[in-house]
Design a protein around this ligand. Structure first.
Ligand code: SAH
Length: 196
Protein backbone atom coordinates (compact mmCIF):
# COMPACT_ATOMS: atom_id res chain seq x y z
CA UNK A 1 0.00 0.00 0.00
CA UNK A 2 1.05 3.61 -0.43
CA UNK A 3 1.09 4.06 3.34
CA UNK A 4 4.19 1.88 3.36
CA UNK A 5 5.90 1.18 6.64
CA UNK A 6 4.02 3.91 8.55
CA UNK A 7 0.84 1.87 8.87
CA UNK A 8 1.92 -0.16 11.89
CA UNK A 9 4.05 2.44 13.61
CA UNK A 10 2.90 3.77 16.97
CA UNK A 11 3.95 6.83 18.97
CA UNK A 12 3.27 6.23 22.66
CA UNK A 13 2.13 8.89 25.13
CA UNK A 14 5.52 8.56 26.84
CA UNK A 15 7.27 9.39 23.57
CA UNK A 16 5.17 12.54 23.16
CA UNK A 17 5.85 13.62 26.76
CA UNK A 18 9.55 13.06 26.16
CA UNK A 19 9.45 15.26 23.05
CA UNK A 20 8.05 18.11 25.17
CA UNK A 21 10.63 17.54 27.91
CA UNK A 22 13.49 17.54 25.42
CA UNK A 23 12.13 20.58 23.57
CA UNK A 24 11.90 18.40 20.48
CA UNK A 25 8.83 20.27 19.22
CA UNK A 26 9.60 21.28 15.65
CA UNK A 27 5.86 21.07 14.95
CA UNK A 28 5.11 24.13 17.09
CA UNK A 29 4.52 27.28 15.05
CA UNK A 30 5.46 30.32 17.06
CA UNK A 31 3.63 32.68 14.72
CA UNK A 32 0.60 30.52 14.10
CA UNK A 33 -0.54 28.78 10.97
CA UNK A 34 -1.13 30.79 7.77
CA UNK A 35 -3.88 28.37 6.69
CA UNK A 36 -6.04 29.33 9.68
CA UNK A 37 -5.84 32.96 8.61
CA UNK A 38 -6.58 31.97 5.04
CA UNK A 39 -9.64 29.84 5.88
CA UNK A 40 -10.88 31.71 8.94
CA UNK A 41 -14.09 32.73 7.12
CA UNK A 42 -14.85 29.08 6.34
CA UNK A 43 -14.44 28.21 10.00
CA UNK A 44 -16.54 31.08 11.31
CA UNK A 45 -19.02 31.31 8.44
CA UNK A 46 -20.19 34.72 9.64
CA UNK A 47 -20.96 33.46 13.15
CA UNK A 48 -19.75 34.97 16.40
CA UNK A 49 -19.25 33.62 19.91
CA UNK A 50 -18.49 30.10 18.74
CA UNK A 51 -17.17 27.13 20.72
CA UNK A 52 -14.01 25.99 18.96
CA UNK A 53 -12.20 22.72 19.65
CA UNK A 54 -8.46 22.14 19.33
CA UNK A 55 -7.77 18.39 19.46
CA UNK A 56 -4.16 17.48 20.43
CA UNK A 57 -3.56 21.21 20.94
CA UNK A 58 0.05 21.41 22.11
CA UNK A 59 0.62 25.12 22.80
CA UNK A 60 -0.93 26.30 19.55
CA UNK A 61 -0.97 30.11 19.50
CA UNK A 62 -4.12 30.02 17.35
CA UNK A 63 -6.04 29.28 20.56
CA UNK A 64 -5.23 32.79 21.73
CA UNK A 65 -6.14 34.29 18.34
CA UNK A 66 -9.63 32.80 18.41
CA UNK A 67 -10.21 33.63 22.07
CA UNK A 68 -9.22 37.25 21.34
CA UNK A 69 -11.87 37.29 18.59
CA UNK A 70 -14.51 36.48 21.20
CA UNK A 71 -14.84 32.74 20.72
CA UNK A 72 -14.52 30.19 23.45
CA UNK A 73 -11.74 27.68 23.02
CA UNK A 74 -11.42 24.14 24.34
CA UNK A 75 -8.26 22.09 23.81
CA UNK A 76 -7.00 18.69 24.85
CA UNK A 77 -3.37 17.67 25.26
CA UNK A 78 -1.58 14.94 27.20
CA UNK A 79 1.44 17.09 28.05
CA UNK A 80 0.84 19.34 31.03
CA UNK A 81 4.12 21.05 30.26
CA UNK A 82 2.74 22.09 26.85
CA UNK A 83 -0.38 23.59 28.41
CA UNK A 84 1.54 25.50 31.07
CA UNK A 85 3.94 26.85 28.45
CA UNK A 86 0.90 28.03 26.49
CA UNK A 87 -0.48 30.14 29.34
CA UNK A 88 2.93 31.50 30.34
CA UNK A 89 3.99 32.38 26.78
CA UNK A 90 0.63 34.00 26.02
CA UNK A 91 0.78 35.98 29.28
CA UNK A 92 -2.48 34.53 30.55
CA UNK A 93 -3.20 33.70 34.15
CA UNK A 94 -5.02 30.42 34.70
CA UNK A 95 -6.32 28.11 37.34
CA UNK A 96 -6.32 24.33 37.57
CA UNK A 97 -9.04 21.99 38.66
CA UNK A 98 -9.59 18.24 38.54
CA UNK A 99 -12.08 16.79 36.05
CA UNK A 100 -14.41 14.64 38.16
CA UNK A 101 -15.45 12.41 35.23
CA UNK A 102 -11.86 11.51 34.25
CA UNK A 103 -9.49 10.11 36.83
CA UNK A 104 -6.11 11.85 36.83
CA UNK A 105 -7.23 14.55 34.39
CA UNK A 106 -6.95 18.29 34.98
CA UNK A 107 -8.57 21.28 33.40
CA UNK A 108 -6.45 24.41 33.04
CA UNK A 109 -8.64 27.42 32.47
CA UNK A 110 -7.71 31.02 31.70
CA UNK A 111 -8.86 33.40 34.41
CA UNK A 112 -11.07 35.14 31.88
CA UNK A 113 -12.72 31.75 31.37
CA UNK A 114 -12.67 31.61 27.58
CA UNK A 115 -9.83 29.09 27.16
CA UNK A 116 -10.23 25.66 28.79
CA UNK A 117 -7.52 23.11 28.21
CA UNK A 118 -7.95 19.51 29.30
CA UNK A 119 -4.83 17.64 30.29
CA UNK A 120 -5.71 14.05 29.41
CA UNK A 121 -5.94 11.80 26.39
CA UNK A 122 -8.48 12.85 23.79
CA UNK A 123 -9.93 9.34 24.03
CA UNK A 124 -11.04 10.16 27.61
CA UNK A 125 -13.32 12.97 26.38
CA UNK A 126 -16.96 12.77 25.36
CA UNK A 127 -19.66 15.32 24.55
CA UNK A 128 -21.13 14.84 28.02
CA UNK A 129 -17.87 16.21 29.46
CA UNK A 130 -16.88 18.93 26.97
CA UNK A 131 -20.13 19.57 25.07
CA UNK A 132 -20.30 19.97 21.30
CA UNK A 133 -18.44 22.40 19.08
CA UNK A 134 -19.27 24.82 16.28
CA UNK A 135 -15.79 24.59 14.83
CA UNK A 136 -12.66 22.44 14.89
CA UNK A 137 -9.07 23.37 14.04
CA UNK A 138 -7.28 20.08 13.36
CA UNK A 139 -3.65 20.81 12.62
CA UNK A 140 -1.05 18.29 13.74
CA UNK A 141 -3.87 16.22 15.26
CA UNK A 142 -5.25 13.63 12.81
CA UNK A 143 -1.74 13.34 11.35
CA UNK A 144 -0.38 12.68 14.86
CA UNK A 145 -2.95 10.02 15.72
CA UNK A 146 -1.59 6.49 15.48
CA UNK A 147 -2.93 4.89 12.28
CA UNK A 148 -4.51 2.10 14.36
CA UNK A 149 -6.52 4.72 16.33
CA UNK A 150 -7.78 6.78 13.39
CA UNK A 151 -11.22 5.22 13.23
CA UNK A 152 -11.75 5.82 16.92
CA UNK A 153 -10.50 9.41 16.60
CA UNK A 154 -12.75 10.13 13.61
CA UNK A 155 -15.85 8.70 15.29
CA UNK A 156 -15.15 10.65 18.47
CA UNK A 157 -14.68 13.92 16.56
CA UNK A 158 -18.01 13.41 14.82
CA UNK A 159 -19.76 13.00 18.18
CA UNK A 160 -18.21 16.28 19.37
CA UNK A 161 -19.56 18.35 16.48
CA UNK A 162 -22.72 20.44 16.42
CA UNK A 163 -24.99 20.07 13.43
CA UNK A 164 -23.72 23.14 11.58
CA UNK A 165 -20.09 22.98 12.58
CA UNK A 166 -17.06 23.56 10.36
CA UNK A 167 -13.98 21.37 10.55
CA UNK A 168 -10.69 22.71 9.22
CA UNK A 169 -8.20 19.90 8.71
CA UNK A 170 -4.55 20.34 7.76
CA UNK A 171 -2.74 17.35 6.32
CA UNK A 172 0.53 17.11 4.46
CA UNK A 173 0.87 15.54 1.05
CA UNK A 174 4.13 13.65 0.43
CA UNK A 175 5.55 10.26 -0.53
CA UNK A 176 5.32 8.20 2.70
CA UNK A 177 7.96 5.81 1.39
CA UNK A 178 10.48 8.65 1.18
CA UNK A 179 9.65 10.63 4.33
CA UNK A 180 8.97 9.43 7.86
CA UNK A 181 6.36 12.01 8.78
CA UNK A 182 5.01 14.43 10.08
CA UNK A 183 4.45 11.98 11.89
CA UNK A 184 1.94 9.88 9.92
CA UNK A 185 0.74 10.03 6.34
CA UNK A 186 -3.04 10.29 5.91
CA UNK A 187 -4.22 9.57 2.37
CA UNK A 188 -7.20 11.57 1.13
CA UNK A 189 -9.23 8.38 0.64
CA UNK A 190 -8.90 7.71 4.34
CA UNK A 191 -10.12 11.21 5.25
CA UNK A 192 -13.20 10.56 3.11
CA UNK A 193 -13.89 7.24 4.77
CA UNK A 194 -13.40 8.68 8.27
CA UNK A 195 -15.54 11.78 7.85
CA UNK A 196 -17.83 10.84 4.97
N1 SAH B 1 -1.87 20.85 17.27
C1 SAH B 1 -0.63 21.31 17.86
C2 SAH B 1 0.30 20.18 18.30
C3 SAH B 1 0.58 19.11 17.28
S1 SAH B 1 1.67 17.83 17.80
C4 SAH B 1 0.03 22.29 16.93
O1 SAH B 1 -0.51 22.60 15.88
O2 SAH B 1 1.12 22.78 17.26
C5 SAH B 1 0.58 16.63 18.51
C6 SAH B 1 0.30 16.85 19.99
O3 SAH B 1 -0.61 15.85 20.43
C7 SAH B 1 1.52 16.73 20.89
O4 SAH B 1 1.63 17.89 21.66
C8 SAH B 1 1.23 15.51 21.79
O5 SAH B 1 1.73 15.65 23.11
C9 SAH B 1 -0.29 15.45 21.76
N2 SAH B 1 -0.93 14.13 21.91
C10 SAH B 1 -0.51 12.94 21.39
N3 SAH B 1 -1.39 11.97 21.67
C11 SAH B 1 -2.42 12.54 22.37
C12 SAH B 1 -3.64 12.05 22.92
N4 SAH B 1 -3.99 10.75 22.82
N5 SAH B 1 -4.46 12.91 23.55
C13 SAH B 1 -4.12 14.23 23.67
N6 SAH B 1 -2.97 14.76 23.17
C14 SAH B 1 -2.13 13.93 22.54
Amino acid sequence: SDIGSQKDRVLSEEEWLKKWEMGNIGFHKEHGHPLLQKYLDVLLNGRSGLRIFFPLCGKAVEMKWLADMGHSVVGVEISEQALKEFFVEQNLSYCEEPVPEISGAKKLQSTSGNISLYCCSIYDLSSSIVGKFDGVWDRGALVAVNPCDRQRYGSLMITLMEKNSSYLLVTVSYDPNKHKGPPFYVPESEIRSLFG
